[in-house]
Design a protein around this ligand. Structure first.
Ligand code: NI
Length: 214
């Protein structure tokens, strides 16, 4: 029998079907698997983590800006699948905590929220993170690299969302900061590896182009 978490994954697949900017279903699936894995290692509630991971981008501002504020897609799913009210509230609360908002990012208050946030952030790092960075950049009209352009660091959510700097700058604005923002020991260990891989990529990028890191 299918669990609510399996059904949530199917629901997410339909929602992000048309995305080619790094928030496709592959992202949701990887976050789901990582969240289940980290939850097991950290002793968190695996079912809550699985549900929240499957639904974490269902109302993402990039995919569904009109439902972001009230998380209507996630609410509808939880409602229609008879997820108990207390669990549904925990899941919705976690979804509200996970996303990166520049200097306005929050640390989740539950271990389950910490696990899902770590899983989502790991997917923005390493080889997958590099691929997603440029897929997202291309889908929103950003260049791969713009010599002399300064990264937007230390900015709050509003500026972070409206800023439109090149893909390489995104490493300095977000991707290289993630290692220091991991919540759980298991995610920290994996983040170290992915961080090193990104540093190697940047070194090689600047070696090949003869440009200087910002
Ligand atoms: Ni995500």
């Amino acid at each position: 029998m299918k669990t609510a978490a399996d059904k949530a994954l199917e629901f997410a697949r339909l929602l992000c079907e048309g995305d080619s900017g790094g928030h496709d279903f592959g992202h949701v699936e990887r976050v789901y698997r990582a969240a289940v894995d980290i939850a097991g290692k950290e002793g968190a509630d695996v079912f809550v983590c699985a549900l929240a991971a499957a639904l974490h981008d269902a109302d993402d501002r990039k995919l569904s800006p009109e439902t972001t504020a009230n998380k209507n897609n996630a609410r509808r799913f939880l409602d229609q699948n008879a997820v108990p009210a207390e669990t549904a509230e925990r899941v919705l609360h976690i979804i509200g905590e996970v996303s990166f908002r520049g200097a306005d990012s929050v640390t989740p208050d539950s271990i389950e929220g910490k696990v899902v946030q770590d899983a989502d952030r790991l997917d923005a790092m390493g080889a997958v993170g590099i691929a997603r960075c440029f897929a997202y950049g291309g889908s929103t009209g950003r260049k791969i690299y713009e010599p002399g352009e300064a990264p937007l660091t230390e900015v709050g959510a509003e500026k972070y969302y409206s800023g439109k700097t090149c893909g390489i700058n995104h490493f300095y604005e977000k991707l290289l900061l993630l290692k220091g923002m991991m919540n759980t020991p298991s995610a920290k260990r994996e983040a170290e590896k992915r961080h090193e891989y990104m540093l190697g990529f940047l070194n090689e990028f600047f070696r090949e182009t003869g440009e200087k890191a910002p």
